[in-house]
Design a protein around this ligand. Structure first.
Ligand SMILES: Cc1ncc(COP(=O)(O)O)c(C=O)c1O
Length: 396
């Protein structure tokens, strides 16, 4: 077993993704782990029950299926422990509840995933936590915003919908000088393209709903903490009664096996589409960190190992009154891109972006922002579909 572990630790990305998690010989050699459906776990005698001196004690506290996924994710993240929660949004709210108390101050990036802002402005404020939003490109300047009661700095890179990059290492160093916990929504890059904990992040958050699932049919979140922050996270998870279903856990582990290959395909196709969009007169800007023209490109190139398949562009319009009508015409003309939220699946999607809740990074002035998730279809079919959209927008 140690030989296998050592070989895997030294292996390449896709080899690891194929083999991490369960040990087949711990379950009769079956290559995949069993899907264990459980609430009750039996104890052999009352002494064992009283001391809880056995590996599994109750369904919400882990099963061989959830353990297989958690151990694969710990290996990818380099974390001390991982919890599985029922959605990517819960993967943000549970650590916030774990680390924040009444009277604390939290710094949240202004380009954060929208529902996280709703949680902060609603429930966190109600629980007595002060919330302040900061510019995603603040870097080490975050130190000036840290107060004696600041406990948590939340990052997300690139940012939701507008894809601003963040200097995660500089932010984490400043935050740690003041004993703040640094959380990161790392869903866009996955641990394959950005290993958050290596850059000073304490708690790495993922909507496994996206690339780990890969098929738009599962909702799940993962939260992985370093050794210093694991205990508090695990305690919060236990007292909140959170758990993920065995079937979903199994499917996410299944998705991980092909995630590296899928990500490469998403990356390649998304860049091709972004490069096709960039020179067009009806496109004011393409918001994609891997494009040299993008303001955060240098940080992306320095810190990230790749780019996934979701980015945005600004649909040019000379009159703000035409922003929405042009976006609607564009989106309604698409036949292959679906109009739907979420991303990371096999199919391409397009959505109009609403930035009205931003307090610092306001909406662009050149036109409406449209977000594209590039799936695994043939790129020429996707660009032909987008061309139909541009033709319809030109009629407005
Ligand atoms: C960056 C980011 N984080 C978290 C989430 C939440 O994931 P879920 O849909 O599983 O709640 C999303 C969903 O779109 C997202 O885009």
């Amino acid at each position: 077993m140690d030989d296998r572990k050592n070989a895997l630790a030294a292996a390449g990305r896709d080899t690891q993704l194929c083999h991490l998690g369960n040990d087949p010989f711990a379950y009769h050699g079956f290559v995949n782990p069993p899907v264990v459906h459980a609430s009750t776990v039996l104890f052999p005698d009352v002494q064992t029950m009283e001391t809880r001196n056995q590996k599994y004690t109750y369904g919400t506290h882990g099963t061989p299926t959830t353990d297989a996924l958690c151990s694969a994710i710990d290996a990818l993240e380099g974390s001390a422990g991982t919890i599985l929660v029922p959605s990517g949004l819960a993967a943000i709210t549970v650590p916030f509840l774990a680390y924040l108390s009444a009277g604390d101050h939290a710094l949240i990036v202004d380009s954060v995933y929208g529902p996280c802002r709703r949680f902060c402005n609603g429930m966190l404020k109600r629980l007595g936590v002060e919330v302040e939003y900061y510019d995603p490109e603040i870097g080490a300047g975050i130190e000036a915003l840290i107060r004696p009661n600041t406990r948590l700095v939340h990052t997300e890179a690139p940012g939701s919908n507008t894809f601003e990059m963040q200097d995660i290492r500089a932010i984490a160093e400043a935050a740690h000088r003041h004993d703040c916990v640094v959380t990161m929504d790392n869903t866009w890059a996955t641990p394959i393209f950005f290993k958050a904990l290596d850059f000073g992040v304490d708690v790495s958050i993922h909507a496994a709903t996206k690339y780990p699932s890969g098929h738009s049919d599962i909702l799940m979140g993962t939260v992985s903490a370093n050794a210093a922050h694991w205990k508090k996270l695990e305690d919060a998870y236990t007292v909140l009664g959170m758990s993920a279903s065995p079937d979903d856990s199994y499917m996410i582990l299944r998705g991980l096996r092909t995630m590296g290959l899928r990500l490469e395909a998403h990356q390649k196709a998304a860049l091709q589409v972004a490069e096709w969009l960039e020179p067009r007169d009806d496109v004011a800007r393409v918001l994609h960190p891997a494009l040299p023209s993008f303001p955060g490109h240098e940080i992306w190139k320095r810190d990230f190992k790749g780019a996934s398949g979701i980015f945005s562009f600004v649909l040019a319009a000379d009159d703000p009154a035409k922003f929405k009508p042009k976006a609607r015409a564009f989106l309604n003309a698409l036949n292959i891109f679906g109009l739907g939220y979420s991303w990371g699946g096999y199919e391409s999607l397009a959505v109009p972006v609403d930035l009205s809740d931003r307090t610092i990074r306001k909406a662009p002035e050149e036109g409406a922002v449209i977000r594209l998730q590039i799936g695994l279809e043939n790129v020429e079919d996707l660009t032909a579909d987008l061309a139909r959209g541009f033709a319809a927008a030109a009629e407005v």
